[in-house]
Design a protein around this ligand. Structure first.
Ligand code: PBG
Length: 327
């Protein structure tokens, strides 16, 4: 059978029938909102390259988290900017570390939001790399030892889930076994499994003060040209005990999301990163694109590609639209 008997437009003729046949839907349930917490007091500062995204001092972060909770968003992912950086990033496992202090405040005042922590070192080291340097390169296995300390400390202070993002080999297994031996067998790991060495992280590095002082991250983050290797990383993380798999960035990597969806039964998370956010904001401000519509189409495409959940700086905007019935 073919045209004129077959006419796909029949199922597009009005919004009611389009609703009935719609295959993908965005929901507040899918969203994770990133929150940046920094040293100092009484600080709420908007980021120049990410309008609508703020950094909060610990005394101000609770109100920000309450807003997210009140919008119905289930989870946040926390990033920290410490006062003092050092060679190894020791703030990440200190009781007085920026993340530890933020976790205690958030858990005390907003116990009903799910808190994921980004587990990495680049915001905490003088050199801005994601681990311990030996010569000019990040030493994988020394970094694993510090990752374990960081992971345990986050959980002791209230983290509900850990998201290691440093792309060290064996990081999921190292953290899983550290958690299990400390009795934290119930804490899940969301692995940044396929994290690419991407220029779309530009604005984040300004916000998190985490740009590498020399070189780049290509010796640990993945080559954007490689899809098969992304699947290898994912399968390794599944074996190492990951509970959720992440692909990052999202937009230029929709093919990776779709492929990952096919090779694992685990939930897949996509990180709609800072550069993706900044481009849409900028285009909207210039009047060159419709910011809201492009935002929705972008997030929908990430879901359609196969993501179960999305980390996005747009989470609050989307939640507001959904709550107003605009979606
Ligand atoms: C590393 C980390 C980065 C991002 C999240 N975790 C930066 C990097 O790898 O350089 C980027 C997030 C974004 O661009 O929105 N701690």
């Amino acid at each position: 059978m073919k045209f004129p008997k077959l006419r796909p437009r029949r199922l597009r003729s009005n919004e009611n029938i389009r609703r009935l046949v719609r295959e993908t839907k965005l929901s507040i349930d899918d969203l994770i909102y990133p929150i940046f917490v920094r040293y100092g007091e009484n600080i709420v500062e908007e980021m120049q390259s990410m309008p609508g995204v703020f950094r909060y001092s610990v005394d101000k972060v609770v109100d920000a988290v309450k807003e997210v909770r009140d919008l119905g968003i289930p989870a946040i992912i926390l990033f920290g900017i410490p006062e003092h950086k050092d060679e190894v990033g020791s703030d990440t496992w200190s009781e007085q570390g920026i993340i530890q202090r933020a976790l205690r405040e958030i858990k005390k005042h907003v116990p009903d939001i799910y808190v994921i922590t980004d587990v990495c070192f680049c915001e905490y080291t003088i050199h801005g790399h994601c681990g311990v340097l030996r010569g000019n390169t990040v030493d994988n296995d020394l970094t694993l030892e510090n990752l374990k300390k960081q992971a345990i400390s986050h959980v002791e202070n209230g983290a509900d889930m850990l998201a290691p993002s440093g792309m060290m080999d064996g990081m999921v297994q190292a953290i899983r076994s550290a958690l299990d031996s400390a009795g934290y067998y119930h804490i899940p790991i969301m692995a940044y499994s396929a994290k690419f060495a991407s220029s779309f992280y530009g604005p984040f590095r300004e916000v998190a003060e985490s740009a590498p002082a020399f070189g780049d991250r290509k010796s640990y983050q993945m080559d954007p040209a490689n899809a098969r290797e992304a699947l290898k990383e994912v399968l390794l993380d599944v074996e190492e005990g990951a509970d959720i798999i992440m692909v990052k960035p999202a937009l230029a990597y929709l093919d990776i999301i779709a492929k990952v969806r096919e090779v694992t039964l685990l939930p897949v998370c996509a990180y709609n990163v800072s550069g993706e956010y900044a481009m849409i904001k900028a285009g909207g401000r210039l009047g060159w694109i419709d910011e809201q519509k492009v935002m929705l189409e972008t997030l929908l495409s990430i879901k359609r590609a196969g993501a179960d959940m999305i980390i996005t700086y747009f989470a609050k905007d989307v939640a507001k639209m959904i709550n107003k019935g605009l979606l």
